[in-house]
Design a protein around this ligand. Structure first.
Ligand code: PLP
Length: 439
């Protein structure tokens, strides 16, 4: 008997199909949708969505090109619009200091280092950013990488293994979920900000696994709310778990100095094991960092795919922009206070107008909850026609029956712009057609 047949028989037995070979048990009827991309179900979904937009005469908003910078206003295909869809919180993406730092880095090092950091791609800018960031956060060390999504997935995928446990808030970002999947660890979700549920899961399962990693965000990206980080620290301590906080929407924005959850809660930064943030929001560029203990950073730099290994270095201009933005963030905390000030104003005006802002508080993100997908698309389309860009969030990005328009507030927005937008929202809400059940 060949080794292949033996393996097949063994597999078949495990599948409970004795007598059949495993390949027969797994045989599927091949259809065009399995090998012709044009017939993949995703393409049918896309065609339905395009049809819906055309049928309802809604402006197609995805991949719309803008000209110039994206600040509180943005020029979309030649038309100046009010912009609530950029996460340029501190309005630094067009700050002359940030732009000049990036230009200077290109003059010094070119547009690419031409290698991974571990081999030949290291330049002083990376370490300068990492050291200043670690000092700012009050931790020992930091490492920067090339993409928020990729670093999040890479770190979690590396830190947890098959014999480990990952417990995550059900609303964490896709990049964290992907990292959890890559890791092969047992994954358990707890209801959003439900710490009793987290404790229950830990009590029941902690004992069966080696490492346990708890994942949350500093500000939740769809809801604009903030988890109880001190409570999470208490829980992780008692259960000997590690805590990782994704500060994509909190770093640079929340806390008296705008320095994220540590600043907001006035906690010891060493109590969070893994500090993460993308650089695409308050840092006005692209890339990410992970910060924490020296040992964490050494491990990631020398062993983690997607951070230290199998990946090119960030480019010099990104690092220089991040460093310039970090210095401004530290020196000008009034920018963070402006974001929260205008977002608080938006929240108050929205509630006065009878709009539902969900659980949003103390952050730069405000959802305006919608009763269904069709109303969300209609409201967003009519806002677009009126010169206001606010993106609709519908399933699968948010759960069904939790559709919303999401507003990002920045240091550049004015009260007058908020007033205009809230008046429009209230007027549209009063005139929204009944959903037709088409999508
Ligand atoms: C909470 C959160 N984490 C991670 C990311 C990924 O960052 P990036 O888009 O910079 O890759 C995002 C991006 O939107 C995010 O909102």
């Amino acid at each position: 008997m060949s080794i292949d047949t033996k393996v097949d028989q063994l597999r078949a037995r495990l599948l409970g199909k004795t007598g059949e070979t495993a390949s027969a048990a797994r045989r599927v009827k091949l259809l065009p949708e399995h090998y012709d991309i044009a017939q993949f179900p995703e393409m049918r979904d896309f065609a339905t969505m395009r049809w819906y937009y055309d049928n309802q005469r809604l402006p197609w908003q995805m991949y719309r090109q803008h000209l110039g910078v994206a600040s509180a206003e943005v020029n979309v295909e030649g038309r100046d619009m009010l912009n609530f869809s950029s996460y340029n919180y501190l309005d630094l993406s067009h700050d002359p200091r940030v732009k000049n730092a990036a230009k200077h880095a290109i003059d010094m090092y070119g547009t690419s280092t031409g290698s991974g950091r571990i081999v030949r791609g290291e330049i002083p800018l990376f370490e300068e950013f990492e050291q200043e960031l670690a000092d700012t956060l009050g931790v020992e060390a930091a490492v920067m990488g090339v993409s928020g999504w990729g670093v999040n997935a890479g770190v979690i995928g590396y830190l947890a293994r098959g014999q480990d446990l990952i417990l995550y808030d059900e609303l964490v970002h896709n990049s964290m979920l992907t990292g959890a999947k890559i890791s092969g660890a047992r994954r358990l979700a707890f209801a959003h900000n439900d710490y009793d549920a987290l404790e229950r899961l830990l009590r029941e399962h902690r004992g069966s696994y080696e490492r346990a990693l708890i994942l949350t965000e500093g500000v939740f990206s769809m809801d604009g709310d903030i988890p109880d980080v001190p409570r999470l620290i208490d829980i992780k301590r008692r259960h000997h778990a590690l805590l990782m906080v994704d500060e994509a929407h909190s770093m640079g924005v929340i806390g008296p100095r705008g320095l994220g959850v540590v600043d907001y809660f006035d906690i010891d930064p060493r109590d969070i094991d893994v500090h993460f943030s993308t650089l695409s929001k308050s840092f006005a560029t692209i890339g990410a960092y992970v910060a924490g203990s020296k040992e964490l950073v050494t491990m990631l730099k020398y062993y983690a795919p997607g951070i230290g290994l199998y990946i090119a270095s960030p480019n010099p201009a990104n690092a220089a922009a991040a460093l310039a933005a970090l210095r401004i963030m530290r020196d000008e905390p009034q920018r963070a206070r402006s974001v929260i000030g205008i977002a608080d104003y938006f929240r108050q005006r929205a509630q006065d107008a009878g709009l539902d802002i969900g659980p949003s508080h103390d952050s730069g993100i405000v959802p305006i909850m919608m009763p269904d997908s069709e109303t969300a698309l209609w409201m967003s389309g009519r806002l677009f026609d009126a010169g206001v860009f606010a993106f609709p969030m519908i399933f699968p990005v948010v759960p069904r029956n939790a559709e919303r328009l999401r507003f990002f507030l920045s240091a550049a927005h004015t009260k007058e712009q908020v007033d205009r937008t809230i008046a429009l929202l209230a007027q549209l809400k009063a005139n929204a057609p009944k959903p037709k059940g088409l999508i």
